[in-house]
Design a protein around this ligand. Structure first.
Ligand SMILES: Cc1cc2nc3c(=O)[nH]c(=O)nc-3n(C[C@H](O)[C@H](O)[C@H](O)COP(=O)(O)OP(=O)(O)OC[C@H]3O[C@@H](n4cnc5c(N)ncnc54)[C@H](O)[C@@H]3O)c2cc1C
Length: 387
């Protein structure tokens, strides 16, 4: 059904991606979760169908679509397979968008076509063991030597590490400068000295690989520096604004499946001689789930719609992620409760919602950091007219 908040093109994209996901990604998602095999075929298929790099200008291989359109795609994928959704989200919002917004024309021409076609996968490496929420405290060093940089350090918890073909790696050119020393580099998977840890054994989104990225004197030519020296931190925050909208959309996708599965079960499961959906205790839960889903979706679409306003709207992006991710975790638990004992069994695929939802409160900024972002701006200059 067409949503009035979307324009005609966005509604058409939504219908098309929902149908594509239903036919292609959904049937295999449970198997990918069980085997924890990286779903490269999903990314290749999404590339062939024109769903990668959607916001990028067609002259660099993209579709010239709106940010909201790309957000709808994350949501649709997440409804079926949150693991593929995060791979997609990092590839698009953090990697492709980084090159698209901050790269030179030469870098756009060199990197974007393959990334948009699904021939190459991109990753984003900022987190380190000692600097997670406080990413500016990173220790990875970039030392200039002639026309190249030498990178040394270790990144942890990197989505698609070991599978991705290209990495946007953040390193400091001068630790005494704090965030003003942080610089971004494009590093290929086969760069000598670049190594990967084994896949982390995770609670959820198991088919998405998460690994360490180890930089042992990796030589990066100057033409692979993204943006200027010292521009990396503000670029990362800009990209994470979009990433947070993507994680909000991932959460909305999980919520929509939690509600859909719960409604179907409440209609069919009988106890005390009638469907459990006829009990008020179940009905109230369903009503709250639908209300939250509607609110989270509107917040996420509004954030996507205002993405181009950039850091000025950082609180709106954080609010969408905060609300949607916390509700996704709650609704996943609600769905298990509605399914009773069956919800706890792997066979029914409802327990996976909770395993997959939990990380949305953690990555691309934890819920606590989202609250800090919102409150600090509210207390400074944020115009309440925006909300
Ligand atoms: C599956 C997965 C995939 C990931 N993918 C990537 C990726 O692709 N690229 C990448 O660079 N990173 C990635 N990350 C890292 C992720 O972004 C970090 O885990 C996250 O930012 C939190 O950092 P941390 O784990 O070091 O926790 P910490 O920063 O150590 O936080 C621990 C706890 O303290 C709280 N806390 C910290 N500071 C404050 C504060 N000032 N006020 C209140 N509470 C605070 C946090 O909210 C949290 O509850 C991924 C993580 C996971 C789990």
């Amino acid at each position: 059904m067409a949503l009035s908040i979307l324009n005609e093109e966005e509604n058409a994209i939504r219908d098309a991606i929902l149908a594509l996901v239903k036919d292609t990604i959904a049937p295999k998602s449970q198997a990918f979760d069980r085997s924890a095999v990286f779903p490269r075929e999903n990314m290749e298929m999404l590339g062939r169908q024109g769903y990668l790099g959607m916001i990028v200008d067609p002259k660099w291989g993209g579709a010239g679509a709106s940010y909201l359109a790309q957000t709808l795609v994350v949501e649709a994928i997440a409804a079926a397979d949150p693991a593929t959704a995060v791979i997609y989200e990092v590839h698009n919002s953090l990697h492709i968008e980084g090159i698209w917004r901050f790269g030179t024309d030469e870098q756009r021409a060199r990197f974007l076509p393959a990334l948009c076609q699904g021939d190459a996968i991109g990753a984003f490496a900022i987190t380190e063991a000692e600097s997670g929420s406080n990413a500016a405290a990173m220790r990875t060093r970039a030392v200039k030597s002639g026309s190249e940089y030498r990178l040394n350090g270790r990144k942890v918890f990197i989505t698609s590490a070991g599978e991705a073909d290209w990495y946007i790696v953040f390193a400091t050119v001068d630790p005494t400068l704090g965030e003003k020393g942080i610089t971004a580099f494009l590093v290929p998977k086969d760069a000598p000295g670049l190594h990967f840890g084994p896949p982390e054994d995770k609670l959820g989104i198991r088919a998405s690989r998460t690994s360490e990225v180890i930089l042992d004197d990796v030589r990066v030519p100057e033409e692979n520096r993204l943006g200027q020296e010292g521009q990396g931190y503000s670029m990362a925050l800009f990209l994470l604004d979009g990433g947070r909208i993507g994680i909000a959309a991932q959460s909305v996708g999980i919520m929509s499946t939690a509600l859909e599965r719960s409604l179907a079960y409440a209609r069919e499961r009988e106890q005390f001689g009638r469907p459990i959906g006829q009990f008020e205790g179940v009905q109230w839960r369903l009503a709250d789930m639908a209300t939250d889903l509607h609110a989270a979706r509107l917040m996420t679409y509004e954030a996507a719609h205002r993405r181009e306003e950039g850091p000025a709207q950082r609180p709106l992006f954080a609010m969408a992620k905060l609300f949607a991710s916390e509700k996704a975790v709650q609704h996943a638990a609600d769905a298990i409760q509605i399914f009773g004992g069956y919800g706890y069994m792997r066979e029914y695929g409802v327990e996976r919602l909770l395993r997959d939802a939990k990380v949305t409160e953690i990555y691309e900024g934890t819920s606590e950091i989202m609250r800090l972002v919102i409150a600090s701006r509210l207390l400074k200059e944020y115009d309440l007219g925006n909300i």
